[in-house]
Design a protein around this ligand. Structure first.
Ligand code: ADP
Ligand code: MG
Length: 322
């Protein structure tokens, strides 16, 4: 490793996360030494963002730093886990200090907000991409899995899905900037909020949970499938933001909420007998979630609107193809 790389790591990465007493050795040696709390399971996930694939070329560096951590935190939220440590593998086409400054600022703000320490990583040269490996904890045998839903369980989603897909379309000039006067939708794509506090609480209520990254319909379908169930969704109950409705109209807003991507919300199931306790202890208005349907015995996904079944092709579809 050359001195300049060493200086780079010292300058940008050594202090980019939270300080934690369970980090016995962080950035600087061949590997980090970390102490897990007793009575917990270690929870690990990794996700990569590639320029031109997961974010448009020329995205704000702070957004890339934020998002690469946020998408990983979202995976831990979906497990009901608390994050602790992150490792960052960064591939850079060139050393651009202004870019690195902003990237680490975006990363550090979110890391500190969730008490995540940056304990190591790798820095290489090549086409721009960023990978985070996230590590966290969950009390022994309490993690939320995708596979424990049961027929009859109510299906919930947090937040207002679809915003980020519209925000990305605006970033890509596929949707007019004037449809997002306050930049709300763009912000929902560029700076998603991982639902860690909700995931942490849901261990006491939910039978199954998944984070919504590839479109609500598809991801809820994955949960249902993993649970050996089918999925019934009431189109009219799918939550949409006022901003999304003003940008694309109500019908299209709900379609986007079901099939757009990059939401990083939580989709979870709760048995009917537990719904009242959930609503009482975690008031939906405050926690921002709502019921969109239920799991069924019969396999497959059915979306209904005023009694009739609506056909959806599948997610991964380019909503704003020009
Ligand atoms: P090695 O050759 O042993 O892999 P490196 O030169 O790649 O060591 O890295 C030196 C130290 O800096 C290591 O502790 C590594 O974890 C850390 N590091 C390298 N790149 C990053 C990064 N992008 N973010 C955080 N830590 C990093
Ligand atoms: Mg290395």
């Amino acid at each position: 490793m050359s001195l300049s790389e060493f200086a780079l790591i010292e300058r940008y990465f050594r202090k980019a996360g939270a300080m934690r007493s369970d980090v016995h050795l962080g950035v600087g040696d061949d590997a980090a030494l970390l102490q897990s709390p007793q009575g917990t399971e270690l929870v690990a996930a990794v996700d990569t963002l590639v320029a031109g694939v997961h974010f448009p070329h020329g995205s704000p560096p702070a957004s890339i730093g934020h998002r690469v951590l946020a998408v990983n935190l979202s995976d831990l939220a979906a497990m009901g886990a608390r994050p602790a440590w992150a490792l960052l593998a960064l591939t850079l086409p060139e050393i651009d200090e202004a870019w690195l400054e902003e990237f680490t600022a975006g990363f550090a703000a979110l890391a500190r907000a969730h008490d995540v320490a940056l304990v190591g990583g790798d820095t290489t040269s090549g086409p721009l991409s960023a990978t985070i490996q996230i590590l966290g904890h969950v009390p022994q045998s309490t993690a939320l899995l995708r596979s424990r839903g049961r027929p009859g369980d109510r299906v919930f989603v947090s937040g207002t899905p679809g915003d980020a897909a519209a925000g990305l379309a605006i970033e890509q000039s596929k949707l007019a900037t004037s449809s997002d006067p306050d930049g709300y939708l763009r912000k929902r794509f560029l700076y998603p909020s991982p639902r860690l506090a909700l995931g942490d609480c849901l261990r006491s209520y939910a039978t199954a949970c998944i984070d919504v990254s590839d479109g609500l319909l598809g991801d809820a379908g994955k949960l249902a499938h993993a649970s050996g169930c089918g999925l019934q969704i009431a189109f009219a109950d799918v939550p949409v933001s006022e901003e999304l409705v003003s940008a694309v109209g109500e019908q299209r807003a709900r379609e986007l909420a079901l099939t757009g991507g990059d939401d990083y919300e939580l989709c979870f199931t709760v048995p009917p007998s537990e719904v009242e306790r959930l609503r009482h202890n975690l008031p939906p208005q405050r926690w921002g979630y709502c019921c969109i349907g239920s799991l069924s015995e019969a396999p497959g996904t059915v979306v209904t609107n005023q009694g009739s079944v609506i056909e959806f092709s599948h997610s991964g579809y380019d909503h704003f193809a020009s």
